[in-house]
Design a protein around this ligand. Structure first.
Ligand code: GLU
Length: 280
């Protein structure tokens, strides 16, 4: 149905879901339900070293226990590397990507030598070391088997698209400032994709019309808006919800075992109680 709201919950299976995840999933589901829309589930498992299949099973089980139902099939990012490759090819044809051979230590050395580097929303900005390598040097290193990531030349990309904005239903129209992130990685050395690339493409491919997620990802939307423009993808609406915290004001994290849905269930809490604990 055109105009129907489609939302999603997109956890990474690196641990058990906690109350903060429950809040996020229930929030997305409620936004879809409000106007008879659809609620999708996506497993963000591109990082094969941190993600584990048993956590995927646990996520499905815990969300079902909580009373959530989603539309099948569940999209698993690890099954779609060909889609991410095609998007990378498209950006490569636009000459917006460059190989980055730097290790973390190289980056730290470069920053120390420059006397520091500005910070972006994801930490210190990449100083651009490999952006200026010439084609012959790049080819030489690749031929020698040096591992490399692919970075987006953000200044060039932003110059190409011009000013961009996106709409947050709670905060209004936001002017995108993707340069604040520096040249983001779109394909990692160990994984042929990255969070920003996979999430942007999948939201489009799954027809998500309203992205709901924690406010910790508010700034990330600027980079994802830029990718949408470069790849000719639809721009959904957004809502960035508050993050649940414990009594001492700390954000829930996967390390807080006592507040996983699993441990609450084992302690005899009912789904209704857990929904209320999460604020629903
Ligand atoms: N997979 C991300 C996470 O678990 C969320 C992605 C998103 O909502 O954009 O933090």
């Amino acid at each position: 149905m055109p105009g129907q709201t489609v939302t999603r919950f997109a956890p990474s299976p690196t641990g058990h879901l906690h109350l903060g995840h429950a809040y996020s999933a229930l929030f997305a589901d409620a936004c879809a339900l409000k106007d008879g829309g659809r609620f999708l589930l996506r497993i963000e498992d591109i990082d094969r070293t941190r993600c584990r299949p048993e956590f995927v099973d646990a996520i499905l089980e815990d969300l079902t226990w909580l009373g959530l139902r989603w539309e099948e099939p569940v999209r698993r990012q690890s099954e779609h590397f060909a889609d991410y490759r095609a998007a990378l090819d498209r950006l490569e044809r636009q000459e917006l990507l460059y190989p980055c051979f730097c290790t973390r230590a190289d980056i730290q050395r470069e920053i120390a030598a420059a006397g520091g580097a500005p910070h972006g929303p994801e930490g210190v900005l990449y100083p651009g070391t490999c952006r200026g390598l010439d084609a012959a040097e790049r080819a030489r290193r690749i031929a020698a088997g040096a591992p490399y990531a692919l970075r987006l030349d953000v200044a060039r990309a932003a110059a190409r698209t011009g000013r961009l904005s996106w709409r947050d239903l709670d905060r209004g129209t936001i002017e995108a400032a993707p340069r604040a992130f520096g040249d983001v990685v779109l394909a990692r050395k160990d994984v042929p994709a990255s969070y920003h690339l996979a999430v942007t493409l999948d939201d489009h491919l799954q027809g998500v019309s309203l992205i709901t997620r924690g406010e910790d990802l508010f700034a990330a939307t600027d980079v994802q808006r830029l990718l949408q423009a470069l790849l000719g993808l639809a721009t959904p609406l957004y809502r960035h919800h508050r993050l649940l915290t414990d009594e001492s004001g700390r954000r829930f994290a996967k390390r807080d075992r006592s507040l996983t849905l699993r441990s609450l269930r084992e302690a005899g809490r009912t789904p209704d109680e857990v929904r209320r604990m999460a604020g629903f």
